[in-house]
Design a protein around this ligand. Structure first.
Ligand code: ADP
Ligand code: MG
Length: 453
């Protein structure tokens, strides 16, 4: 009897609240008893109980009324989080606080943290300053200010680095904090294992016992329904108890296909910050900081700033690739025992450079440079050697060498059939002048920006 009535009420509620809210909030309710005018439900989390009571309470009363049952109070019980002697949480009284107990002593299946991924090793620039500030805030304040912190951005922009940094910093500040960092994939793996070994209770308890939960690459659970479901409940339980959650994804919550709407909206509740693609300055800063580390490992090898600038210009895809290319350069240099110069860098990193090549053409370079210096394009490729023309021509050759992957002979050919040694000379000359002559340095920089824009 009770069951049939509840089915009817559900049908009514589905029409009233819409299919999506119905799925998120009504389906999880299990009506197990009606005692007098009190309807008692079992719910996965206290949060859901509160939410339902606040937002759908009246509708539920109406539903009962339509079935001829007068209900005056709704009671919600959570099966897992409560102590046995205090099983019932009534949302009409405010007794739900302290039912959430930490299971101290249970070891957490946290993934190992990379010791290099700390705040001190994270180089801050315009593209990542907001994400960095938010991560620091989460690590440094014990009060939960935004929950969750959602970090997103493309591959290799530092999401995992920042999450580990939060974990390290939190550990430093509070060695007893129970922190769980894992990828969404591992979350799913644990969930599936729990199902298989019929230990959902243990799973839930474990995940609900932490002070901070960090889930990396959440897009992984897109399209995986029951994992999402469990994730949703874990998430709610923790938020509700003021535990910090940090999530990363490859795009904004709303844009992750295959993620349920209720999860998307949940993820966007706190602070959503993105890591923008790196800019030249940030890439250069990262390279400089990595060189500091590498130069200790390879004391004999010297990579000068010109090479770093070259790499920062040419490898814009992601930081992982940038780091990889530097490591490769060091290895290469230590093998061949030569000083690292641009030619060597180009040779050693040919594959990477080809992939990250921007489509700047020599024609464009010639056009922009001659515009900039008020010259005719024909001057650039002419045989004239007067300085007003020769210097801009050298700048153009330098840009052709650093912004395209054309060979020296090819560049020479395009500049009026000059010899490749002329191009080498031009590149050296401008590299040299950039250090000595501020105006040249600025001009080259402006031209580069215009060409790369
Ligand atoms: P994601 O998780 O976003 O794919 P990672 O955090 O794994 O990227 O970063 C890729 C690599 O780049 C790591 O080795 C990381 O240390 C490095 N990295 C990324 N951003 C920075 C930065 N701002 N400063 C220093 N290293 C960085
Ligand atoms: Mg990552």
């Amino acid at each position: 009897m009770l069951e049939q009535q509840w089915v009817n009420i559900c049908t009514y509620l589905e029409k009233e609240v819409g299919p999506s809210a119905y799925k998120s909030w009504i389906i999880p309710l299990k009506l197990y008893e009606i005692e007098g005018s009190v309807a008692k439900f079992e719910v996965p989390t206290v949060f859901i109980g509160n939410w339902v009571s606040r937002n759908y309470g009246q509708k539920i009363y109406d539903g009962f009324k339509k079935q001829g049952v007068i209900i005056e109070r709704l009671e919600f019980t959570t099966p897992i989080l409560t102590k046995p002697d205090d099983k019932t949480i009534s949302v009409t009284t405010e007794s739900q606080e302290k039912t959430f107990e930490n299971k101290v002593g249970v070891s957490l299946p946290s993934s190992p943290l990379d010791s290099r991924f700390t705040f001190s090793n994270f180089v801050v620039g315009r593209p990542n300053e907001l994400a960095h500030a938010a991560a620091r805030r989460v690590a440094e304040t014990s009060a939960v200010t935004f929950n969750p912190l959602f970090l997103y951005g493309g591959v290799g922009l530092g999401k995992t680095h920042l999450m580990h940094a939060i974990a390290w910093e939190t550990k430093n500040r509070n060695p007893n904090a129970r922190m769980l960092y894992l990828s969404a994939e591992q979350f799913m793996y644990r969930f599936v294992q729990a199902l298989r070994f019929k230990d959902m209770h243990g799973f839930k308890e474990l995940f609900r016992s932490v002070d901070m939960l960090m889930v990396d690459d959440v897009q992984f659970i897109a399209g995986k329904e029951s994992t999402q479901d469990e994730f949703f409940h874990t998430f709610n339980a923790l938020v509700e108890h003021g535990k910090q959650i940090v999530i990363s994804g490859d795009r904004a919550p709303g844009e992750i296909d295959g993620l349920e709407d209720r999860i998307k909206s949940r993820l966007a509740w706190g602070l959503v910050v993105d890591l923008h693609p790196t800019d030249y300055e940030l890439r250069l800063g990262i390279l400089q900081s990595k060189v500091e580390v590498q130069s200790k490992l390879h004391p004999g090898i010297f990579i000068d700033s010109g090479i770093l600038e070259f790499l920062a210009h040419r490898i814009s895809s992601n930081v992982r690739v940038l780091e990889g290319s530097l490591t490769r350069l060091y290895a290469y240099a230590s093998l061949v025992g030569r000083k690292v110069d641009i030619d060597m860098a180009q040779e050693c990193l040919a594959d990477i450079l080809r992939i990250s090549e921007r489509k700047v053409t020599i024609d464009e370079i010639i056009r922009k440079v001659s515009d900039h210096y008020n010259l005719r394009m024909s001057d650039m490729i002419s045989a004239r050697r007067s300085r007003v023309i020769a210097r801009p021509r050298q700048v153009a050759m330098f840009l052709a060498k650093t912004l395209t992957s054309k060979s020296l002979p090819e560049i020479g050919r395009r500049f009026g059939g000059r010899d490749h040694t002329t191009v080498i000379h031009a590149v050296k000359k401008i590299e040299d002048l950039k250090h000595k002559d501020l105006q040249i340095a600025e001009e080259v920089e402006i031209l580069r920006r215009m060409l790369e824009a």
